[in-house]
Design a binder for this molecule. Structure first.
Ligand SMILES: [Zn+2]
Length: 119
């Protein structure tokens, strides 16, 4: 005597996760580079802010200030396509620059208090 057991049969079905084709990341964004405009502004300003705050400008301190500041700011990605988007940014670039400068100053104070560089 054999009993049909639909519940057990159902349990036997194993759901396999669908195979995902690997995305070839080397083909992404070759034509149009994507960059974080916040990072660009921070790179432009970091030395200026550091010297105004009388901070050591060794490589270690610059990297520390940049890393601290960039971690505290939301990134803003744009494409480099003919610089078009960057020009469109002009409208609120002033605000971005203010935010970045403020974040850099805060980062400078932290690095000044607890520098990572060697004597
Ligand atoms: Zn230093």
């Amino acid at each position: 005597m054999e009993l049909d057991n639909p519940v057990r049969d159902e349990a036997k079905r194993i759901k396999e996760s669908p195979r995902r084709e690997k995305i070839d990341s080397t083909n992404v964004c070759k034509k149009h580079q994507v960059f974080n405009v916040v990072e660009t502004i921070a790179n432009e300003k970091v030395l200026d802010v550091m010297s105004r705050m009388d901070l050591c400008t060794c490589e270690q301190c610059i990297c520390d200030v940049l890393a601290l500041a960039l971690n505290s700011l939301p990134p803003k990605y744009v494409t480099s396509h003919a610089g078009k988007q960057y020009i469109q940014l002009e409208a609120y670039k002033k605000q971005l620059e203010t935010d970045v400068a403020f974040a850099l100053m805060k980062a400078c104070m932290t690095v000044k208090d607890t520098p990572n560089h060697e004597e």
